[in-house]
Design a protein around this ligand. Sequence first.
Ligand SMILES: C[S@@+](CC[C@H](N)C(=O)[O-])C[C@H]1O[C@@H](n2cnc3c(N)ncnc32)[C@H](O)[C@@H]1O
Length: 258
Amino acid sequence: MFSELSIDDQLDELGMNLDVPFVPTHENIVKAMLEMADVDADDVLYDLGSGDGRIPVAAALDHGARAVGVEIDAGRVALAQAYATQMGVEQRVCFIQDDLFEVDFAPASVVTMYLLHTVNLELRPRLLSELRPGTRIVSHAFDMGDWKPDRKRSFRSDALFLWIVPAPVAGHWHWQSADGTRYRVELEQRYQQLKGELWINDQPAELHNALLWGDLLELVIHDEQSYGPESIVMHWRGDELVVVGEYLKGVVARRVGG
Ligand SMILES: C[S@@+](CC[C@H](N)C(=O)[O-])C[C@H]1O[C@@H](n2cnc3c(N)ncnc32)[C@H](O)[C@@H]1O
């Protein structure tokens, strides 16, 4: 029989300070989450609300990653630790018994979550400001409101969402090519969505597209000197953008205003 109590009331009755009840992710969905985030041996994965530890253990076992589970329930932390030892990955996996709202997750290169929509929204400002640009976030079942995912995968009764933490690239940027051509671009940003305007030698020019993928920015511009649109791929480094693609390679753009 279904309980008529809300999730919050059920959790209060259990006497636990849980923001989300324990419902494990099915093994096939765990596999899909780790594939979606493209987890490998260089990654440090944080599972926020790690339950029985299945996501951190699978990240270490199947992808060679280091992984941290954050879980408020001491009993589940003990079980998760025992599971990691049983699977032989205790050197690469650890569990922190703490509130996910209090823990420093900035070292993560991948964050996984199976929480609730409201919890995702509460976490969103910290995910955006504390994680490094380029960090992948995968959420099982719940989205992030108006921060649209970079990718979504649907299963029969389930959905997975992937976000790449976007670099803060809003502002005015300028750079000069080897032949002395001066470029200036003004970018407006909402999460990973960009709008912008371009000037070449102080004349308005066509900015066909501005795309952001973590710390990589692609500007598709129409330069009078080229036959068609050119793609400039730049790597964000704070107040500098370093061109890494072939076109204008090595040029550095600098931010001149917010
Ligand atoms: C839906 S389960 C997901 C478990 C695991 N990540 C998975 O996908 O199989 C959510 C987990 O979050 C834990 N949790 C709830 N509130 C928490 C909080 N404030 N801090 C840390 N963990 C919390 C619960 O105890 C539960 O184990």
